[in-house]
Structures are given as structure tokens and as C-alpha cells.
Design a protein. Sequence first.
Length: 88
Amino acid sequence: MSGAVRDKVIEIIAEQAVLEPSDVKMDMSLNDLGIDSMGLVEAIFAIEETFDVQVPFNANEPDTSEFDISSVSAIVRAVERLVAEQAA
């Protein structure tokens, strides 16, 4: 499942960055990809809709949120965790 989650998250992020998924690297930050706060909101909505999960409202506050948006890999891990919690 995690490969599918990773691929879909990368697809969502790439769409917001107006890039091909192959151009999105796991160690890139949203800033590296040129995704602004509005793009982040759009990506979060897409993630919630795609995976039927609820991203914490404070995802853009790294000091207080459990949903890490510091890199593509961190976002993938956070989404994988939400998906696993929902399945439990």
C-alpha cells in the first residue's frame, strides 16, 4: 500500500507544482517545488479527498502539528500514518 500512497501523494504534489511526477524528489521541500500556501491548501484538500483522511488543521505549523510538511518524504509518511490509523 505504501508504494501506492507514495505515488499518489507525489502525483498530487506534482500537480500543484505544475511538474511531472518524475521531477518531484523525496527530499524536496514544498518551497523547493515552488508551492505556496495556497498550493499547500489545495494539496491538503486533494490528499483528504483521495485518501478519505482528515489532515490536522494546523498542518502548516510545524511546531504544533503531527502532520510534517517539511519535505515530500515527510508528507508521504504523514499520509501513510493517517491511512493506517483510519484502517485500524
